[in-house]
Design a protein around this ligand. Sequence first.
Ligand SMILES: [Zn+2]
Length: 131
Amino acid sequence: MGNWFRNFMMGRYGPDQLCFFTLALSFIFNLIAGIFGLWPLSILAYLLLIITLFRFLSRNVLKRRAENDKFIKYWWPFKTRVSSFFRRLKDSRKYKFFRCPSCKNRLRVPRGKGKIQVTCPKCGERFKKKS
Ligand SMILES: [Zn+2]
């Protein structure tokens, strides 16, 4: 079985980040479609599954790699923004978050220190802020 699979996958692209993403999306769509009875969504889920399989088994490695690179380029900033949002949410008890009035850089100060003098590490702007 192992040998057969290795021969079968020889020269084929295999999994990448985009592969996992489309697979996860397909799974989520299928789940939502099942709960709410939305058949167009389940068709979309199967389409995504087919795309995932097609990319996985594709022999055009260069093209698949280019697709994955493009995906990472768009996905990464979004992922970073989402994870930084959840980190802020988690820290919002301990820290107060705001933006620098001059350069809009995101800053945080510990909560409960009263009115404090803040210096922006990016542009050096000084201002008072309630913490
Ligand atoms: Zn600033």
